[in-house]
Design a protein around this ligand. Structure first.
Ligand SMILES: C[S@@+](CC[C@H](N)C(=O)[O-])C[C@H]1O[C@@H](n2cnc3c(N)ncnc32)[C@H](O)[C@@H]1O
Length: 436
C-alpha cells in the first residue's frame, strides 16, 4: 500500500492536528534545558494513552534529543529506554530524570559558588573561537566567564552523582545564558552589541543561581518516583546499536522524532555545550561524532548510499530533484537524501525486530524542500515502514511549517484539496499487527 496523507479524523486516534504544541520550555523538568528541536510532550502523552494497557508499558525512543519521550513516559509511570548519539544531549535526557533532596542540592550549590568565585584556568581559553585568547575576531565566551565556569566545574568533581549532574547542567546552561552568541536555526549568531554586553563572572554567577532555583523548585513540585530506576538513556548510534543494548527486551510503543531531512547538523550547533561539558575535547572527536549521526546533513564525509528503492513517493520527488540538480546549493544533496532514507530503513528494520507483538511506532517528521522540490518524507518513511514488515495505520498532519513555491507543490501534491504550499510536520503511525 502506498502511503497517503490523512488530513481528517481516523477511527482510532482522531485528528492529530489537534495535539496542542505545548512549549516544553515552560514545563517542569523539560525547562531545565530548552531544546529547540524538541517535540511536544503532548504527542508522547497521546501515544501512551492510545497504547496503554492495565500495567505499565515499555516505551522506546531511538532519537532521544533532550529527553521528551523518556521524561514523559517515566512521569506517567512507564518504563523507557532511549538512544541518543550526542553525549551532551544524552546527559540532558538523563539529568532531567534525576531526583535529589533539596538540602543535598543546596549544600553542594555553596561549593560550586565558591568555585565560581575562585575561578580556574579553562582548557577552552585558547581553543578555536571559544575565547578572545584564541585570536579570533569574534569569540563565544569572555575569558572571565570561562574561568568562572571552570572553577564551578572543578568543584563538582568530588560530588555524589545526582547533585553533580544537576549542577553541571546548571553550569552549562548558565554559560550559554551569557554566551556571546545564541542559536539561530542552523548556526550560532552573535548577539547584537555582544561586545558592549561584556558578560563577566557576576553575570555568569547570577545566571547559575537562576538555573539552580528552577531545578530546585521542579525537584520539589514535580518529583519522580523510583520508576526512574528502570529507565536508561544510552549514548549510542541508533542505526546500529539498538539490538545490542536491548537484547531480549521488546518495546510496546516507540515514539520518536528523527533528525529532519533539512541539513541541520546538531553536532555543530551544540558544539559549545559539547566542549564546555568535556563530552568532546578536540575537533577530531567532534568529527568522529558527526560520522555517527544520521546522514541528514552534508557536512560530514560519510559513506555513499547504495540503495535507491524507497517506493513511489520517493521516486517521484527524487527524480524531480535530480532534474533540478543545477539549482541545488550542494552537489551532495541527492546522495544525502538517499543516505537519509537508507538510515531510516535501518532504524525501522531494527525496530521491527525489537517490537512486541502488539507494538506501535509513532514517528514525527517534516517534509523538506530542495531547489523548490518538496520531498514527502512522511509518506516515504511510511512506504519504507511497510517494506520492512510494519502495517501502516495512518500518516496525519500535525501542522504546516513554512511556505514553499507553489509550482513545485502542485507537481507533487498527491491530494488536490491540499492547496496550501507549505512544508508540513506529520505523524506516521505503524503497527506490528493490523490495527482495528
Ligand atoms: C529531532 S531531535 C529529537 C528531539 C526529541 N524528540 C526531543 O523532544 O528532544 C533528533 C535527535 O537525534 C539525534 N541523532 C542523530 N543521529 C543519531 C543516531 N545515529 N543515533 C541516535 N541519535 C541520533 C540528534 O542528536 C538529535 O538529538
Amino acid at each position: 500500500m502506498q502511503a497517503r496523507l490523512n488530513l481528517g479524523t481516523t477511527a482510532s486516534v482522531g485528528a492529530l492536528n489537534d495535539i496542542s504544541v505545548t512549549d516544553a520550555a515552560s514545563l517542569p523538568r523539560h525547562r531545565w534545558y530548552h531544546f529547540k528541536e524538541a517535540f511536544s510532550p503532548a504527542v508522547v502523552a497521546r501515544a501512551i494513552d492510545d497504547t496503554a494497557r492495565d500495567e505499565g508499558i515499555f516505551v522506546l525512543d531511538p532519537f532521544s534529543g533532550s529527553g521528551t519521550v523518556p521524561l514523559t513516559s517515566v512521569a506517567e509511570g512507564h518504563r523507557a529506554v532511549s538512544f541518543e548519539v550526542n553525549p551532551f544531549l544524552a546527559f540532558v535526557s538523563r539529568t532531567k530524570m534525576l531526583q535529589l533532596k533539596r538540602s543535598e542540592l543546596e549544600n553542594n550549590v555553596a561549593k560550586v559558588l565558591d568555585g565560581v568565585d575562585a575561578g580556574a584556568p579553562s582548557p577552552l581559553e585558547s581553543f578555536s573561537t571559544f575565547s578572545e585568547a584564541g585570536g579570533a575576531q569574534k569569540w563565544l565566551f569572555n575569558g572571565e566567564v570561562l574561568r568562572a565556569f571552570e572553577g564551578g566545574w572543578e568543584s563538582t568533581s568530588s560530588m555524589y552523582s545526582a547533585a553533580r549532574d544537576l549542577l553541571r547542567l546548571s553550569l552549562i546552561v548558565a554559560a550559554m545564558d551569557v554566551c556571546n552568541a545564541t542559536k539561530d536555526g542552523k548556526c550560532l549568531r552573535y548577539r547584537s552589541n555582544w561586545q558592549d554586553r561584556a558578560y563577566g563572572r557576576t553575570d555568569f554567577r547570577a545566571a547559575f543561581e537562576r538555573r539552580v532555583r528552577v531545578i530546585r523548585d521542579d525537584l520539589e513540585r514535580s518529583p519522580l518516583s523510583s520508576t526512574v530506576a528502570d529507565t536508561q538513556v544510552h549514548q549510542a548510534d541508533a542505526r546500529v546499536e539498538m539490538d545490542g543494548y536491548l537484547e531480549q527486551a521488546r518495546f510496546d510503543l516507540c515514539v520518536t522524532s528523527p533528525p529532519y531531512l533539512n541539513s541541520f547538523d546538531y553536532t555543530d550547533v551544540y558544539r559549545p555545550e559539547l566542549f564546555l561539558g568535556k563530552f568532546v575535547r578536540s575537533m577530531k572527536q567532534l568529527r568522529a561524532l558527526r560520522m555517527r549521526t544520521l546522514r541528514s546533513h552534508t557536512q560530514a564525509k560519510w559513506e555513499d548510499p547504495k540503495e535507491s528503492e524507497f517506493g513511489p513517493n520517493f521516486k517521484r520527488s527524487y527524480d524531480e530533484i535530480v532534474r533540478h540538480a543545477d539549482s541545488l546549493w550542494s552537489p551532495r544533496i541527492p546522495k544525502m537524501i538517499r543516505a537519509y532514507f537508507e538510515d531510516m530503513r535501518r532504524v525501522l528494520r531494527s525496530l521491527r525486530r525489537l517490537a512486541a507483538p502488539e507494538a506501535s511506532v509513532w514517528i514525527v517528521v517534516s517534509t523538506s524542500a530542495y531547489a523548490g522540490v518538496v520531498i514527502p518524507v512522511d509518506l516515504i518513511i511510511a512506504d519504507i515502514g511497510t517494506q520492512e514488515g510494519w502495517y501502516l495505520r495512518e500518516v496525519s498532519l500535525m501542522r504546516h511549517l513554512r511556505r514553499v513555491p507553489v509550482q513545485q507543490w502542485d507537481l507533487l501534491s498527491e491530494n488536490s484539496d491540499l492547496s496550501k504550499p507549505y512544508l508540513r510536520e506529520s505523524i506516521v503511525i505503524l503497527d506490528a499487527k493490523p490495527h482495528h
